[in-house]
Design a protein around this ligand. Structure first.
Ligand SMILES: NC(=O)c1ccc[n+]([C@@H]2O[C@H](COP(=O)([O-])OP(=O)(O)OC[C@H]3O[C@@H](n4cnc5c(N)ncnc54)[C@H](OP(=O)(O)O)[C@@H]3O)[C@@H](O)[C@H]2O)c1
Length: 245
């Protein structure tokens, strides 16, 4: 690693093969970051090509082995970890009484363990550097559940993320490590490719879906704001602010 490289920021983005994670990876690369992008299938991505500044690592992020592989690749290629975006996540709407033990396990694994193990790896490196930033992606329905939207498991799993960020913020602020959350409303990504977009639009007081670029803007803001720590930015057209619109 030469001196010039040391000044450039290095990010890990999980769930980078699609939607929000893909948009973040592209935006960070455009801004001169070195990025390690990971998901189960990312090496086969048509949208991202490995390069000098982009390393692709395949793996199930709920597994500790994947977390270690991702962190090791980041240190090996770029020497440091400045930003971890815990973005990988799955959504499973279902009437509450129909969730199976398998549903429960995969949701807990992906949406909670998928943040936990890779964050442990990143924080260990950030403590050596005495700096770093962790951003978790939650969802606004963790604050504002909706009648008619049966999403107990997404709510249970995603509501842990702002609390996790606040805890990390407190535990590590003194060591120069920040942790923040972004909570989107409904974002126009492949996650909702087969859903009724007209219905989804009505879930926002703004009557429109959030664009990936708007989530990216929140990430870039958090990156530019060194005293913002333990924050949860809601990008939802105001849905969290009221119950009826
Ligand atoms: N879209 C929305 O309306 C919305 C709203 C609120 C919050 N969010 C949150 O935003 C995040 C991104 O969502 P999105 O809309 O961009 O979804 P998406 O387009 O479906 O992308 C999800 C990403 O997560 C990866 N992934 C899923 N399971 C994984 C696992 N076990 N291990 C590693 N990677 C895994 C997928 O890649 P592979 O299939 O290659 O593994 C993909 O890259 C999620 O956490 C989601 O809960 C989304």
């Amino acid at each position: 690693m030469n001196r010039k490289n040391r000044k450039r920021r290095t990010a890990i983005v999980t769930g980078a093969s699609s939607g929000i994670g893909l948009g973040m990876t592209r935006a960070l690369l455009e801004r001169g970051y070195r990025v390690v992008a990971t998901s189960r299938t990312i090496s086969g991505s048509k949208n991202l090509k490995a390069s000098r500044n982009l390393v692709l690592v395949d793996g199930d992020i709920s597994k500790k082995d994947t977390a270690i592989k991702v962190a090791d690749a980041t240190i090996r290629h770029f020497g440091r970890i400045d930003l971890l975006v815990n973005n990988a996540g799955i959504y499973m709407p279902k009437p509450f009484t129909e969730y199976t033990p398998e549903d429960f396990e995969v949701m807990i694994a992906t949406n909670i363990a998928g943040h936990f193990f890779v964050t442990q790896q990143a924080v260990a490196q950030m403590r050596k550097q005495k700096s770093g930033h962790i951003v978790g992606i939650s969802t606004v329905v963790a604050d504002q559940p909706l009648a008619g939207a049966p999403i107990a498991l997404p709510v249970i799993t995603k509501s842990t993320i702002p609390a996790f960020s606040r805890e990390l913020a407190m535990e590590f602020a003194v060591e120069g490590i920040r942790a923040n959350t972004i909570s989107p409303g409904v974002v126009d990504t492949p996650m909702h490719a087969n859903d009724d977009h007209e219905k989804l639009r009505m879930l926002s007081p703004a009557r429109r879906l959030v664009q990936v670029s708007e989530i990216v803007d929140a990430l870039l803001y958090l990156e530019s704001a060194p005293t913002v720590n333990g924050e949860n930015i809601r990008i939802d057209g105001g849905a969290h602010a009221g119950a009826k619109w």
